[in-house]
Design a binder for this molecule. Structure first.
Ligand code: NAD
Length: 376
């Protein structure tokens, strides 16, 4: 692991998720921007002192010299560091799992995607919400035509935690997220809008044709958006609306998706992830429950506990880790990827996410005009 040291947020989630199914063992790390703190932290997560490195460059040097070198490295650092760390690791022959947004510039995203292809290294990108079983169920239902032709996609990701200038009061997570040099061109849109975009595309299966964005910065002193509205036009005529906000008072982690077709609609919310609402045209809504027998294989392979025993965020994250492990094992065994390793977020999804953010900011900076994004 690179990043995820003392007091960091997502590194801990990666550690829980990677351990859930006994597919990974954490054996080495450069956990902190401070070499000293990173080395000191390693012992607390079971990493031996001779594999506790002061930087990712030290990690690469130390590990590549070992017969039992690490198989895969998770990058859990702030956005601007993803590209140099990922590039150096791939060039040294390591498979990687990279946090989103994959890079802070489109140029770097294109370059990393190309490097992933030319090297043959595995690059997983942690679009967390595509790990939920009922998100896969929704995707399967749309693909089977259960809601007919998709007409409207509504996706929102409102959060409250940055409703005041907490970056000025010592919150380290908010501090780098509000700095364009470390966050990238997008504020809320790069941090969480990218999740919403990925979720909508993943479930609907639709390809974006054009977008038009209105960004706002409500908290004084910020230079990046903390609220974004984006109108979406999909190929084939469907329309969409995406809202991301870091200042939405009252919302803890309010990621929510509604997809309406000509025969029915689907609704799913991250805070109640064990239920998916399906409403056929003219009929009463039906609740699809995670863990019951009538769900698709794609949902079933991502389920651990029987219905009624809730699964959530860590399990969804673990499903990504399980999928990444399966993809790598299939490559090593020269066989077809099993169901858990299918439809997992990889470098191309990372590239599309960065291209989306770039197009949103372009649209707004040009006066909220319609823009045709590249790659998405
Ligand atoms: P954080 O500030 O809590 O933690 C960052 C960690 O990286 C710290 O331990 C820091 O010391 C370390 N670090 C920084 N530069 C480093 C370097 N060069 N080498 C080694 N360690 C370094 O940040 P966070 O909130 O955990 O976010 C980290 C990344 O995860 C971001 O890219 C963010 O967008 C992403 N994230 C993803 C999700 C998700 O749902 N997938 C959720 C939260 C954050």
């Amino acid at each position: 692991m690179v990043g995820g040291g003392e007091g960091a947020y997502i590194g801990g989630i990666h550690r829980y998720a990677s351990r859930l199914d006994d597919q990974y063992e954490l054996v080495a790390g450069a956990f902190d921007i401070s070499a000293e703190k990173g080395r000191a932290f390693a012992g607390s997560v079971g990493v031996a002192s001779n594999r506790a490195y002061g930087s990712y460059l030290e990690l690469i040097e130390g590990e590549r010299a070992r017969a039992d070198k690490v198989d895969i490295v998770s990058i859990c650092t702030p956005n601007h560091t993803h590209f140099p760390i990922a590039k150096a690791l791939i060039e040294a022959g390591f498979d990687i799992i990279c946090e989103k947004p994959m890079t802070t510039t489109l140029e770097d995203a294109v370059s990393l995607h190309q490097l992933a292809r030319s090297s043959g290294c595995f690059v997983g990108v942690t679009y967390t919400y595509s790990g939920y079983p009922l998100v896969h169920e929704a995707r399967a239902l749309v693909a089977q035509g259960v809601i007919g032709t998709v007409r409207v996609v509504q996706v929102e990701y409102p959060l409250e935690w940055m409703a005041t200038a907490i970056e000025a009061a010592g919150n380290t997570q908010a501090e780098w997220r509000t700095d364009p040099k470390r966050s990238g061109r997008g504020g809320s849109i790069g941090d969480i809008g990218t999740h919403a975009y990925h979720l909508a595309a993943f479930v609907s299966g639709l390809k974006l044709d054009a977008l038009c964005a209105d960004l706002a910065t409500f908290v004084p002193g910020r230079s990046l958006d903390d609220n974004a509205h984006v109108m979406l036009r999909y190929e084939g005529g469907a329309r969409g609306l995406l809202w991301s906000s870091q200042v939405a008072v009252g919302h803890s982690n309010g990621l929510r998706l509604r997809i309406t077709g000509d025969k029915g609609s689907l609704a799913w919310a991250q805070e109640q992830p064990n239920e998916l609402l399906h409403t056929p045209l003219g009929r009463a809504p039906a609740t699809i429950k995670r863990g019951r027998d009538d769900v698709s294989d794609a949902a079933r392979v991502r389920t651990r506990t029987p219905p009624g025993h809730p699964e959530g965020y860590i399990e969804a994250f673990a499903n990504l880790y399980g999928g990444f492990a399966e993809a790598i094992r299939a490559r090593l065994d020269n066989r077809q990827v099993g169901p858990l390793g299918r439809d997992i977020p990889v470098a191309y999804d990372g590239l599309k996410g960065v291209a989306f953010v770039d197009a949103v900011v372009d649209s707004f900076e040009r006066g909220s005009v319609w823009v045709k994004p590249e790659f998405v």
